[in-house]
Design a protein around this ligand. Structure first.
Ligand code: ATP
Length: 363
């Protein structure tokens, strides 16, 4: 396996920057997810690494080679695509063997590699079947097998689970994670699904508008999002973001709403608020950190319930706070109804504050 380094990678289409100065290092054996909304540049970035499209500027290093000008076949990579790209007329065995035959490997070696890969992916019993005789999950495993037999330095995967139904997706998620652990493979994995990235990857590269927003472990991205985009993209339900103003009230720093309520800040949060570039601030809080009270409580602020969604073990509530929707999770024993007035208490140690002008997290 090998490490992959992207240095100031740029890809433009006319005036559109599909990737803009993307720099990151994927360490040897690491599983990195490129994640972001449609059009953010994740597939472009993967295709640049694969060599499927030429770069505008920057460098791509795989192992110890700059591969900018190498053909895909010379980059020592294997790709797994969303549509599996299996040969319909060939059996599973022939699908796995084909890339090795192209490399002119000896027959015995091909057979050994195919059987080894089939064993890893638990598809030995399917080797004589044609792709159309396989379920979606089995086809996906064959596609992984075809990448595996090539024994590449890096696996590149583009939304490999998006054609599977929800249940199978969850199952294959664990299998790909296991595949990574067992092989200690270097994997770059594109997905629009933040949950896939959070659950599978060692590191996630969150992209938006061609720009790399944050590159860190899922736990750090979740706990310390660098800006409002990352804060709202990672986590489900999304982090609630409430635009407010910072003010001084009787010597204390508070967050003030246009409706007139105010929320005093702890000393640590007041110090963060002191770094604001204007009075505009955005309060961020995750659903599990907000306490809902049915009566007025000191330090809590008034909100109006909008929707109530019981899911069995957790009830998700959306409420209007000022003019923003806030997500809250409750145990099913707490009953609330749409349009009910409630009071929300924020955990000062777990709220996030963002600059209302720059949208950057206050540190
Ligand atoms: P999706 O999840 O929808 O595939 P993505 O994050 O993978 O999105 P890219 O496909 O990398 O996004 O596209 C990034 C940007 O580059 C988009 O604005 C897209 O319209 C543009 N783009 C991609 N390919 C081309 C192309 N061949 N010609 C022109 N513009 C392109």
């Amino acid at each position: 396996m090998a490490q992959v380094v992207l240095k100031d990678l740029v890809k433009t289409y006319g005036s559109v920057y599909a990737a803009k100065d993307v720099s990151l290092t994927v360490n040897d054996g690491e599983f990195v997810a490129l994640v972001g909304p449609s059009g953010c540049g994740k597939t472009t970035t993967l295709n640049l690494v694969a060599g499927l499209i030429p770069i505008t500027s920057g460098d791509i290093v795989i192992g110890d080679r700059i591969v900018n000008d190498l053909d895909p076949k010379d980059r020592d990579i294997a790709m797994v695509f969303q549509n599996y790209a299996l040969y319909p007329q060939k059996s599973v065995f022939q699908n796995l063997a084909f890339p090795l035959q192209m490399r002119k490997l000896a027959k015995e070696e091909i057979e050994r590699k195919v059987l080894d890969a089939a064993k890893v992916l638990d598809i030995t019993h399917l080797l004589e079947r044609k792709p159309r005789e396989l379920s979606g999950g089995q086809q996906q495993r064959v596609a992984l097998g075809r990448a595996l037999v090539r024994d590449p330095a890096v696996f590149l995967m583009d939304e490999p689970l998006s054609n599977l139904d929800a249940k199978l997706r969850v199952q294959m998620r664990s299998e790909i994670k296991r595949f990574h652990q067992d092989l200690n493979a270097t994997i770059i994995y594109v997905t629009h699904d933040q949950l896939e990235a959070v659950t599978m990857a060692d590191k996630m590269a969150v992209m938006n508008g061609g720009l790399l927003q944050q590159y860190d472990s899922p736990a750090n991205v979740f706990a310390n999002p660098v800006n409002m985009f990352v804060a709202s993209f990672v986590g489900s339900p999304a982090m609630s973001l409430v635009p407010l103003e910072v003010a001084n009230q009787d010597g204390r720093t508070v967050l003030k709403s246009p409706e007139g309520w105010s929320l005093p800040l702890s000393d640590a949060n007041a110090r963060k608020a002191a770094t604001l570039t204007s009075r505009k601030v955005v309060l961020g809080a995750r659903h599990s950190t907000i306490k809902l009270h049915k009566g007025q409580v000191e330090g809590a602020v008034p909100a109006k319930v909008y929707t109530v969604e019981p899911t069995g073990d957790i009830t998700f509530v959306q409420a209007f706070l000022s003019s923003s929707i806030v997500n809250i999770s409750l145990p099913p024993s707490v009953q609330v109804a749409p349009d009910e007035m409630v009071w929300l208490e924020f955990d000062q140690d777990r709220i996030h504050l963002f600059d209302g002008e720059t949208e950057m997290a206050l540190r």
